[in-house]
Design a protein around this ligand. Structure first.
Ligand code: SF4
Length: 172
């Protein structure tokens, strides 16, 4: 299936947020920055430099996707914990999909530092279709002038946008 990557490409974090919370994706896409330490911990992005020397190895592709590590066969992502495995996995699938679209075939691995476990992932045609659907939907959501309706999720209290969502909703 021909897919116009140029039209739908986005940052990996947006794919991650799409699977965490579509409202969070919208808020982030509008530049509403409320990220704090607790949220970065929740989304697994904060990894202590002592536990993994990621900074030196980060690879930026097309000024839009930032890979923790790219080696001969793998894209390797590093996450602090496996609290949100689906968003982490989908973000990595997106990276594999993106690379494939530009002619680079890789497998993926996620290193969960806290649990000391490594998960391996590989693209399939079903996953590619899911990524295409996700990218189309991300575009739709982020172009909308209103945020998706508030849905209470188990991790809302730990989300950087908690006050924004709940204070605002209480006022309505
Ligand atoms: S507080 Fe809950 S509903 Fe609001 S953006 Fe965060 S996860 Fe989504």
């Amino acid at each position: 299936m021909e897919f116009e990557l140029e039209k739908f490409k986005t940052q990996g974090v947006k794919v991650n947020y799409y699977y965490v919370c579509k409202r969070k994706l919208w808020l982030f896409s509008k530049g509403i920055a409320m990220e704090d330490t607790s949220d970065r911990v929740l989304s697994g992005k904060l990894v202590h430099e002592d536990s993994y020397q990621r900074k030196d190895k980060e690879v930026l592709i097309d000024d839009i996707i930032k890979l923790d590590i790219l080696d001969k066969d793998y894209v390797r992502e590093v996450k602090i914990s496996s609290k949100l495995t689906e968003p982490d996995r989908m973000q990595l699938y997106y990276y594999l999909f993106y690379l494939k679209q530009i002619g680079i075939n890789k497998k993926g691995s996620i290193n969960y530092v806290k649990e000391k476990k490594i998960e391996e992932v590989e693209l399939t045609s079903e996953i590619e279709d899911m990524i295409i659907h996700t990218l189309i939907d991300i575009k739709k959501i982020t172009y909308d002038s209103n945020p998706p309706k508030l849905k209470i999720l188990p991790y809302c209290r730990k989300c950087a946008y908690y006050e924004f969502c709940f204070v605002k909703e209480d006022d309505e």
